[in-house]
Design a protein around this ligand. Structure first.
Ligand code: F6R
Ligand code: MG
Ligand code: MG
Length: 375
């Protein structure tokens, strides 16, 4: 029997939110729920789970149509459109914020919504963790992805499990030049770090196990400001990681989040902010529009769908809803306070290069004529 091929798609969009850029309110969930239910009935997708990362609506869909499938992307696009219409009716804030184009053209890539997808051959048991973050940007997964798939001090399996000792291959996108490169760890670890430490430019997009090219992870790489030419909201990213049995264990995938780390984003997409791992109930940004939050959804893929309970409801593990991440949350708040004490001075504010695509250009533009050459 041929192995079962199944695709996991997480497609997200800021369609408008409640109380500024805070959360996706219930009426928008209802629209998305209705549309995706219909898609299940029509056999377009097998099942789904909808959640929010702060002001971003996250559609997690499992289907058999492969990656970058037009029907799946159109389903997401139409759903986001309908949600943003509802958001406009309710006069929610920034309705349709991430829908940068007016008409769908086959694929949501480059149109505003963020997407991460992997097509897998279902293993005997396939545990998956999907991450979604708010008030941050595409490169914010570089650090944890490196820790998970390349750092033996994080992932014991790289040392202990013979199936992992061969290492992993990383695809890195240069978001400025629109180019990609594949680097293999451990051999090219230093070169990889030399690139992906520049989180505002180089983004890890896919990871494979080196021994057999098994796909292990995918993350969204869109930079909305590069599409629109100006700041249009943060590129709040999503990421999928496959776990266990010759891949990093779920616990190794979560281990980088024992501590907070700094990401680009936060207020007006213009600041370094500490990431805060939270359960779904705390998936909302408040102070200084943050601190940037991240949620992690764990599930099993079974027989072409997210495995379900007896009533057909997807079985979902809210991984960061756990006191084990309380220290990271505390660190995040402590670091948030340290950074905010710096006000609009670097390193609290992003560097000039990373500010290039924000509205600060308008402010600086006005001063241009007033600069006089020094004698
Ligand atoms: C946007 C965001 C916010 C806004 C800020 C100002 O994704 O996260 O930090 O940039 O609230 O928003 P406006 O310009 O809409 O008043
Ligand atoms: Mg928003
Ligand atoms: Mg957002």
């Amino acid at each position: 029997m041929l192995p079962n091929k199944v695709t996991i798609s997480i497609i997200k969009c800021d369609v408008g939110s409640l109380a500024g850029h805070y959360i996706v309110p219930k009426p928008l969930f209802n629209v998305a729920e209705k549309n995706l239910k219909k898609a299940v009935e029509k056999g377009v997708i097998n099942n789904f789970y909808i959640f929010n990362a702060g002001d971003d609506l996250e559609l997690l869909m499992v289907h058999e149509k492969g990656e970058q499938n037009q029907e799946i992307h159109k389903l997401a696009w139409d759903t986001f459109k309908e949600c943003s219409n509802k958001a406009s009716q309710l006069k929610l804030y920034a309705a349709g914020q991430d829908l940068l184009k007016t008409a769908f053209s086959g694929n949501v890539r480059g149109m505003g919504p963020g997407v991460a997808e992997i097509e897998i051959e279902e293993r005997a048991s396939d545990p998956i963790v999907v991450f979604a973050a708010d008030k941050t940007s595409a490169g914010s997964f570089n650090y944890p992805l490196f820790r998970i798939f390349a750092d033996p001090m994080n992932t014991a399996g790289l040392v202990i499990d013979p199936n992992m000792i061969c290492g992993f291959k990383f695809e890195v996108i240069d978001t400025k030049e629109n180019k990609s490169i594949i680097l293999k760890c451990p051999e090219e670890m230093y070169e990889l770090l030399a690139l992906i430490g520049t989180v505002g430019r180089y983004v890890v997009s896919r990871i494979w196990r080196a021994s057999d090219n098994l796909i292990c992870a995918a993350s969204s790489v869109s930079k909305l400001s590069l599409i629109a030419g100006k700041y249009v909201g943060k590129d709040d990213p999503v990421m999928i990681a496959r776990a266990q049995h010759g891949l990093p264990a779920v616990g190794e995938i979560l281990a980088p989040f024992m501590h907070s780390y700094f990401v680009q984003g936060w207020m007006r997409g213009s600041h370094w902010g500490p990431i805060m791992p939270v359960g779904l109930k705390s998936s909302k940004c408040t102070v200084f529009d943050g601190p940037p939050r991240i949620v992690a959804i764990g599930f099993q893929v079974a027989n072409g769908q997210i495995s379900c309970d007896d009533e057909g409801k997807p079985l979902i593990a809210d991984m960061f809803d756990d006191p084990a991440f309380a220290l990271a949350r505390r660190e995040a708040m402590q670091n948030a306070c340290t950074m905010r004490n710096m006000g609009e001075f670097e390193p609290a504010r992003l560097s000039a290069e990373d500010m290039e695509y924000t509205t600060i250009q308008k402010v600086l533009g006005k001063l241009g004529d007033r600069f006089k050459p020094l004698n």
